[in-house]
Write a protein that binds this ligand. Structure first.
Ligand code: 5AD
Ligand code: FES
Length: 365
């Protein structure tokens, strides 16, 4: 099993032969076992605010979505959920929000300090593109990790679906480097099958996971949200010069990546092979496209992390990035029982401790 460069990765992404694919799953699972072991780490996911100033064309939290009722949890509510996550035995709490400047630098720093003082949990933040000084302040307050998906390495596609705010240009790759330099463990990733994504770009994305030396890699299928411009088909993705008129559907079919469950497993498996030590979650989006056993198959094809939701019910139903999200109507307690059962059923262990990246020295490889 080889997947050393972009061409090989692209071949694997296009692979349809079941036997070859089963070799890919086996190889990814072996690399996972050898480098990060059988433990599945549980991260409690807390969606602390659904306010967002951005207008991403794919995302339900977009500021343009006026149908969404907005919320921001209070500090005490957050702390209560964090203690609940600790009681369930989770080693990490992941606080996620839209890009919400109502979450002020100092307010969140204070919350991070309280969590670090009151619990042994690792703290992961996923707050979008924030200024350098915010990232630094939160790191000094004790935050351990930061998640920021780059979504796609195709700059033109990125700018089309992810408009920057006037006068506020951020480069996510630059931010990922800053985060690492500030001392965070850094996570990134992409959506699989976002309209306009080609096999070549997706192969490049996976190659970049390694070049960026990511500590965490999150990938999930793109799920169409009818409340967004992409879901409504309002976005022009390419222009006629890219698609010969006589054969538009055939050309699109051969070049763009489908947002399927199978394609997502391929990306999970290839990410594991390219980045053996990374922490890779089997994501909620994957569970959404296959409720029966999407999470398990992710874990059996390279992933070693799951993120049970600990957001209180009244808020969780309002954090609707895409429709039909798994666990929307389950309580934190139900999710922990569900996931622990699923992990046991596939013969894996529950992780203990914070489950940070285990870096092997070059000599040890
Ligand atoms: N389908 C799947 N994933 C999505 N995300 C945002 N919108 C969608 C969607 N429609 C993902 C993005 C973001 C993460 C928090 O959720 O990759 O980084
Ligand atoms: Fe939430 Fe299964 S993880 S119900």
């Amino acid at each position: 099993m080889d997947a050393k460069d972009r061409t090989e990765i692209e071949q694997w992404l296009r692979e349809t032969d079941e036997q070859r694919l089963s070799q890919l799953w086996t190889a990814a699972d072996a690399v996972r076992r050898e480098h990060v072991g059988d433990a599945v780490h549980l991260r409690g996911l807390l969606e602390i605010s659904n306010w967002c100033v951005r207008r991403c064309a794919y995302c339900g939290l977009s500021a343009d979505n006026r149908q969404m009722q907005r919320y921001r949890m209070s500090a005490d509510e957050i702390l209560q959920c964090v203690h609940e996550a600790q009681a369930y035995g989770y080693g990490t709490v992941v606080m996620q929000a839209g890009e919400d400047y109502g979450i002020t630098t100092e307010w969140l720093a204070q919350i991070v300090r309280r969590i670090k003082a009151e619990t042994p949990l690792a703290v992961t933040l996923s707050m979008g593109e924030r200024p350098h000084e915010d990232l630094q302040t939160w790191r000094h307050a004790g935050a351990d990790r930061y998640l920021l998906r780059f979504e796609t390495s195709d700059r033109k596609l990125y700018e089309t679906i992810h408009p920057s705010r006037p006068g506020q240009e951020y480069d996510r790759f630059d931010m990922l480097r800053q985060l690492k330099q500030i001392g965070y463990e850094v996570g990134s990733g992409v959506m699989v099958g976002i309209p306009g994504q080609t096999y070549g770009t997706l192969a490049r994305d996976i190659e970049l996971f390694r070049e960026l030396d990511l500590d965490m890699i999150g990938v999930g299928p793109y799920i169409e949200n009818p409340l967004t411009p992409l879901g409504k088909g309002e976005i022009d993705l390419g222009g006629p010069e890219l698609i010969p008129k006589q054969d538009a559907s055939a050309t699109l079919k051969s070049h763009t990546v489908p947002n399927t469950e199978l394609m997502t497993y391929k990306v999970v498996a290839l990410s594991r092979i390219m980045c053996p030590e990374a922490n890779i979650p089997s994501t909620t989006a994957l569970a959404t496209v296959n409720r029966a056993n999407g999470r398990e198959l992710g874990l059996m094809r390279g992933a070693n992390v799951v993120m049970p939701n600990v957001t209180p019910m009244e808020y969780r139903t309002k954090y609707e990035i895409y429709p039909g999200k798994a666990c929307l109507n389950e309580t934190a307690n139900q999710c922990q029982g569900c996931l622990k059962g699923r992990i046991a059923a596939i013969g894996r262990e529950l992780g203990t401790g914070c489950g940070g990246r285990r870096k092997k020295s070059i000599d040890a490889i």
